[in-house]
Design a protein around this ligand. Structure first.
Ligand SMILES: C[S@@+](CC[C@H](N)C(=O)[O-])C[C@H]1O[C@@H](n2cnc3c(N)ncnc32)[C@H](O)[C@@H]1O
Length: 401
């Protein structure tokens, strides 16, 4: 066997047959840009759905159909018809893949794993289930972050904003892990899951732009410059952030800076601390009968207490520890009952996670007495009191360590 990848774009390929196998072949060929001709008296639903991308001739296939095509796939379900088409293709020295009889076939389609510009094709003789099992294993490996996916030849740079989730590495998405494995440079925040950096290739440059409250070592404009600069120099940059890049994470500004500089940019979403940190403390941000909405607010800036006090659902404050006395007092002054439950969850998903519970009336004093510090998520609303009102529900998601 001689493995080969074909550029079929714009080239005519004959698919003989209208069933599910023909549909899969036609779809893969159309995805690769081929000019697909399907010849079959009737089509299955999957093939009908593709009629805007393939040409269909509704009749039985004939050997003469191979005359001006580059490649043939037979999947008529009729071995005699497949054999006749294959023989005609053979006579014209056109490659033909037979679905009915792998042994008699002149060519075989491999099982394929694709991740962006990486394609792995594999065949395992007459044992397709083994190939499928291998494909699953390869997929897991490619997504694990352990595969050496970094480019060894230079190419165009790009930026990927990766949402790292609230802290634990296994709350990072598979796509985020893969982008990290591809990266030449990682620009990382303080609240990102920094343990993942231990798995990077030693040649990867790590730039720490971590901010702590009231101490901003690298201004946002400088972060934008670093990220854009590396990408313009032809590097693949991952901007690794805590939570989700677009939830109070200034991801939008970084994307705009990339676009303004003509740099290719994409965003990989992350698990936001606004929802995941309350969950780690056993608090669902919405719960049937208690709260039908959730509003995420930055506690860093001045909050509009009048508007927030009118919201019936859950309020979640990020960056709100310093302002907690002011926020709770203003909400009460604006009409929210002083008995409204409040929970402050520090260091969610970390070994040091701690929850302080109270009400709008007493939470500021309780938090001060316990020395509550950032990072913490503040939950205001009925759900924040759930452990007290609903016995045993919900079950808290506990960090691993
Ligand atoms: C600048 S905001 C970024 C939020 C992030 N983009 C997200 O979606 O989670 C930082 C704030 O997120 C919250 N935060 C992030 N990670 C946290 C964690 N592990 N535990 C508690 N709060 C966290 C804190 O309120 C912190 O001040």
């Amino acid at each position: 066997m001689y493995p080969l990848h074909l550029d079929v774009s714009g080239r005519r390929v004959l698919v003989a047959g209208g069933g599910p196998v023909a549909a899969r072949r036609a779809r893969d060929l159309a995805d690769a840009g081929a000019d697909v001709l399907v010849v079959a008296p009737a089509l299955c639903e999957d093939l009908r759905d593709q009629l805007d991308r393939v040409t269909w001739e509704p009749r039985e296939v004939e050997p003469a159909d191979v005359a001006d095509v580059w490649l043939v796939h037979t999947a008529t379900g009729d071995p005699q018809a497949d054999a006749a088409v294959a023989a005609a293709a053979d006579a014209l020295r056109i490659w033909c893949v037979r679905a009915d009889d792998a042994q008699a076939s002149a060519a075989w389609t491999p099982v394929v794993v694709r991740r962006d510009d990486v394609t792995v094709s594999l065949t395992t003789g007459a044992d397709p289930r083994r190939a499928v099992a291998l494909r699953e294993a390869l997929s897991r490996w490619l997504d694990s972050g352990a595969a050496p996916l970094r480019r060894r030849r230079s190419g165009p740079g790009r930026v990927t904003l990766v949402g790292g989730g609230p802290g634990e590495v296994d709350l990072l998405t598979l796509r985020g892990r893969r982008r990290l494995a591809e990266a030449d440079v990682v620009v990382v925040d303080r609240l990102a899951p920094t343990a993942v950096l231990d798995d990077l290739d030693p040649e990867v440059e790590v730039v720490d732009v971590g901010k702590t409250p009231d101490h901003h070592p690298v201004p946002q404009e400088e972060i934008n410059r670093i990220v854009v600069g590396h990408a313009l120099a032809g590097r693949r940059v991952v901007r690794l952030k805590g939570g989700d890049p677009y939830v109070l994470g200034r991801g939008g500004e970084e994307v705009l800076a990339c676009r303004a500089a003509g740099v290719q940019v994409e965003v990989v979403p992350g698990v936001t601390s606004a929802f995941a940190v309350p969950a780690a403390a056993g608090i669902p941000v919405t719960h049937r009968g208690l709260s039908r909405s959730v509003t995420v607010v930055s506690g860093h800036d001045e909050v509009d207490a009048d508007a927030l006090a009118r919201i019936e659902g859950t309020l979640v404050f990020l960056m709100g520890v310093t302002m907690l006395p002011r926020i709770s007092a203003d909400l009460v002054r604006a009409g929210k009952p002083a008995s409204t439950p409040v929970a402050v969850v520090e260091n969610g998903w970390r070994a040091t996670q701690r929850t302080t519970r109270g009400t709008l009336a007493d939470i500021a004093g309780l938090a001060a007495a316990r020395g509550v510090r950032s990072p913490a998520v503040i939950v205001v609303g009925a759900v924040a009191g759930m452990e007290e009102v609903t016995e045993g529900v919900p079950v808290a998601y506990r960090p691993h360590s």
